[in-house]
Write a protein that binds this ligand. Sequence first.
Ligand code: PMP
Length: 344
Amino acid sequence: MKKPINAHSNILDLIGSTPLVQLNNIAAPLTGNFYAKLESFNPGHSSKDRIASFIIEEAERKGLLKPGSTIIETTSGNTGFSLAMVSIVKGYKCILAVSSKSSPDKIDMLRSMGAKVYVCPAHVSANDPRSYYEVAKQLHSETDNSIYINQYFNELNIEAHYRTTGPEIWEQTNGQITHLVACSGTGGTISGIARYLKEKNPKVRILGVDAHGSVLKKYHETGEFDHNEIYPYRIEGLGKNLIPSATDFNCIDRYIKVSDADSAHMTRKVACTEGIFGGYTTGAVVQAMYQLNTEEEFDENSNVIAIFPDHGSRYMSKVYSNEWMENQGFFDTKNVETPERIEY
Ligand code: PMP
């Protein structure tokens, strides 16, 4: 008898079960043991594959989707790519309303994955009918058999990570994890993992990474929405100017804020010390590890798991471009004359 062909039934079979890798060089100056969970190993190269497939499959179970139905979301980022990928395989249409700030590369990428992309003006308020929020809502109400993913306010975003990423980390560490360091954007990743880990061991410390210019940390500490915390920043996917209901603030022990410049340099440092080509928030999470280390969050017995959310290929014209780094003034912060002189 011939052996069966050892193949996955389709690309979506490869979502999840991402590897955990020890950080040997970048974490050498820190106290404790440090590991990265590489979400770039998902087929759509980010953690957002998990929520895209989970939310769509939940809608299927509830009978909300039929062949030819439409998936709608407001994002030009990783979630858009993941939704487009899942939609292709499952036979749905995918419509994404994106801001005119999105780079042409990103819009081309989404269109290449079969998504219909509406580009909406960036400089209008969220409740303006031309904003990408309002355009998405309008498209949803006009389109039969459509679902609106609404990742910032969708409890299933948390559930996806509670069911998959959390148990994976618990098993991969044989229950020996002591700290989780994860970026907080929608909050789905950190909240879902945290809920699972706290059930297993309430002592696991859950450490959220926020951006300067975002309201999350202050809200966590005071319960207050402080408009003064809000100003423009460069890191994409981290922090927010509103309070997402996909963040369970009760299961997060503390937040730490990182800067655009430090995170950008750290992203490049991770690439050239570990050979891990991560996105901008990979640098943010490692920068947070350094700051937490200075604040004596860890000891020699700490087993710290950091979530690396996506792949560096999406940032070629940003953190991996010397010209972009220079235009942001980020090389000035390292006090060097030319970017080439930086040795990480
Ligand atoms: N990093 C990147 C690059 C992201 O796109 C996101 C998602 N916005 C995050 C981190 C944070 O993940 P979450 O939305 O689950 O908090």
